[in-house]
Design a protein around this ligand. Structure first.
Ligand SMILES: *Cc1c(COP(=O)(O)O)cnc(C)c1O
Ligand SMILES: [Zn+2]
Length: 419
């Protein structure tokens, strides 16, 4: 039996055949990939998954691809790190870092969504792919398009970090800077997608693209030894990743791969762009769009497409959410680096900071287990730290110069200790 049914409207349930469409013609609800779960139950076991490759494709039966994988063979299956030092610092029994700052090939979880979207674009016969991006998606679409020999058009807000711009340009896409916010870029891209026959990964391919995020959730559960933690803290931009982690867990339960679901899913956003966390705090399913103003640019979506579903995910799972200020974001980045040797970007700083606040408020208990979702790499956003860090000493190449510098450092440490 075929595993893929096609697409289904998330609101009215109307079925569509598999095609590059994303909105229901009848109720304007978002479309989602639909599977024959009875068939999947026969096909998928812990053993079949464990026998797969060390990449997200070990879950390919649960992803919306039909033929051979055309692109992104090595994406995913990133480390789940037992973060003992961080756990001690945060005062919680068990902390894990799901570390997609080292996802192949472009150092963020966006490689997961792009691999599925571009595999699908190939299946549907497109020769050009495109995206509206807050940075990491731009990197990943450009890289995978290069690998797949597809043309790519990448649309970004003009004020993106230089590190993200460079790490896109190097793959030779056509990069279009738009003088506006991400939300304005996205609106423009919807118009462009209507006019040109391009595979816009997060517009007309969004139902396929977003399914790639499920692999992040599957990996957490498998790597924990086929169990869910008590809490998962997820950074939110468009609200897709958090929704799909929850979907992944529910699918594993439905397929009998786990017995019970213990995880509460919490949302992490910047205070300067936190419309989803604001919904959670005000306990309302009405999203109020904001104009972003935060150093966490990869999360700076003021009107998130999946905001409502992200809110529902936290509600359904018994989770909550926290905002992080820019100063807290920087402290979060430094804390993770200092305790675990992991250099994450600003989005990861948001997640660490939000986790700390969830622990302080009691939403995460001291005896609980927590997975912190680290989704991007710090080398792409060094600008956030230049002003905060400096070199300790600079010396001539002589031992006596070093001896003097070391003595100075030690007396300085003593003074600071006394002060
Ligand atoms: C895009 C992004 C997110 C959030 O993704 P959504 O699915 O849009 O909520 C989180 N972290 C990083 C680093 C990102 O680039
Ligand atoms: Zn509908």
């Amino acid at each position: 039996m075929e595993k893929l049914k096609g697409l289904k409207c998330r609101e009215c349930g109307r079925a569509y055949r598999a095609a590059p469409v994303h909105v229901c013609e009848f109720c304007f609800g978002p479309l989602e990939v639909d599977y024959h779960y009875d068939a999947l139950k026969e096909m998928v076991t812990r053993e079949t998954i464990a026998a797969g490759p060390p990449s997200m494709w070990r879950y390919r039966a649960l992803l919306p691809v039909d033929g051979d994988i055309a692109v992104g063979h090595h994406v995913g299956f990133t480390p789940l790190v037992a973060a003992r030092n961080l756990a001690q610092e945060l005062g919680v029994r068990e902390v894990w870092v799901k570390n997609d700052s080292v996802c192949h090939p472009t150092w963020s979880f966006k490689d997961r969504v792009v691999a599925v979207a571009l595999a699908k674009a190939k299946e549907f016969g497109f020769d050009t792919v495109a995206c509206a991006s807050t940075g990491n998606l731009a990197n990943s679409v450009a890289a995978h398009a290069a690998e797949a020999s597809l043309k790519s058009y990448i649309f970004i807000p003009a004020d993106l970090e230089p590190g993200k711009v460079l790490a896109t340009l190097v793959y030779n896409p056509t990069l279009v800077k738009v003088e506006g916010t991400y939300d304005e870029v996205n609106r423009l891209c919807s118009e462009i997608a209507d006019k040109y026959r391009w595979a816009f990964v997060n517009v007309n391919f969004r139902p396929y693209y977003s399914e790639g995020s499920k692999s992040y959730g599957y990996e957490i559960v498998e790597q924990l030894g086929w169990r869910t933690p008590d809490h998962i803290v997820v950074p939110c931009a468009g609200g897709s990743l958090i929704t799909k982690i929850w979907k992944a867990i529910k699918e594993f339960k439905m397929l009998g791969l786990i017995d019970r679901v213990t995880a509460r899913i919490h949302a992490a956003q910047a205070l300067g762009c936190g419309p989803i966390v604001t919904m959670i705090k005000n306990d309302t399913d009405v999203l109020v769009p904001v104009r972003p103003n935060t150093i966490a640019k990869s999360l700076a979506i003021g009107n998130p497409a999946d905001g409502y579903y992200a809110y529902k995910t936290t509600k359904e799972s018994g989770g909550s959410g926290e905002h992080a200020t820019d100063a807290e974001i920087v402290e979060g980045m430094l804390l993770l680096a200092r305790t675990e040797g992991i250099f994450t970007e600003t989005a990861g700083g948001v997640t660490v900071a939000a986790t700390r606040k969830l622990i302080e408020s009691g939403a995460i208990g001291k005896r609980d287990s927590v997975v912190i979702c680290i989704t991007g790499n710090g080398l792409k956003t060094p600008d956030a730290l230049y002003a905060r860090l400096e070199t300790h000493v600079q010396i001539r190449p002589s031992l006596s110069a070093f001896d003097r510098a070391l003595a100075d450092l030690k007396s300085q440490a003593v003074r600071e200790g006394q002060g």
